[in-house]
Design a protein. Structure first.
Length: 216
């Protein structure tokens, strides 16, 4: 079992991981070259080749499942939208693993006006909704529809007025589900001039500001 590795420990821990002789290693690793959200690849961390001699590596940290990452068992941000979620059972007797995939539709996208028929909408209670507005010929009708939608008690509604930006944005821009907080925190890690202790303090402040902004 290996906890989070701070930059000052990286060289020492990398050498230890290269030479350990264990069948199973669990940890909270940040690995370089791993796709961790959408098509974004991590630019720092430990090289994955240090784990090549270890039969089973189970790591936390990144939400997206991959060769070494278990992935989060449920969606935590829009960056996890439509990403299969699982838990892994490791049998210590047979040395076999089993993936158990979990249904999770907490984050749900609706297209307006395509999905405005409530008869086909399904349950939205407790869901975090993103409304992609393709067109809005009748603003009053749209407002009424949102009002009815709110009566179904979703946890949150985020409206993207796609039709306002069709001339200036690409489809990728309009459907960008990048985890904003994750990007902010990652950028703090990239500042070499900061001490690790300062990074921790700044990250905590950033999280608090981000949470407060989300309450507005």
């Amino acid at each position: 079992m290996c906890p989070w590795i701070f930059p000052i420990q990286k060289e020492e821990m990398t050498e230890r991981l290269r030479t350990i002789n264990y069948d199973v290693v669990c940890g909270h690793f940040e690995m370089m070259g791993v796709v961790f959200q959408g098509n974004t690849m991590s630019r720092k961390g430990i090289d994955t080749d240090v784990f090549s001699h270890i039969p089973h590596v189970f790591s936390g940290h990144f939400h997206k499942k991959s060769e070494y990452y278990v992935g989060s068992p449920y969606a935590m941000t829009w960056a996890d939208y439509d990403d299969p979620k699982r838990i892994i059972i490791y049998d210590t007797d047979t040395d076999e693993t089993e993936d158990i995939y979990l249904a999770d539709d907490t984050y749900k996208k609706l297209i307006y006006p395509d999905d405005k028929d409530f008869a086909n909408l399904g349950s939205v209670e407790g869901k975090i909704l993103r409304i992609i507005v393709k067109s809005k010929d009748n603003p009053a009708e749209f407002d009424d529809w949102i009002g009815v939608l709110e009566c179904h008690e979703p946890q949150e509604i985020d409206i993207k007025e796609e039709h306002l930006y069709l001339d200036v944005l690409s489809d990728d821009d309009l459907d960008d589900d990048t985890d904003t907080l994750g990007v902010l925190l990652s950028s703090i890690d990239d500042i070499a001039e900061l001490k690790d202790s300062d990074k921790i303090v700044i990250k905590e402040i950033m999280k608090q500001l981000y949470d407060k902004a989300g309450e507005k």
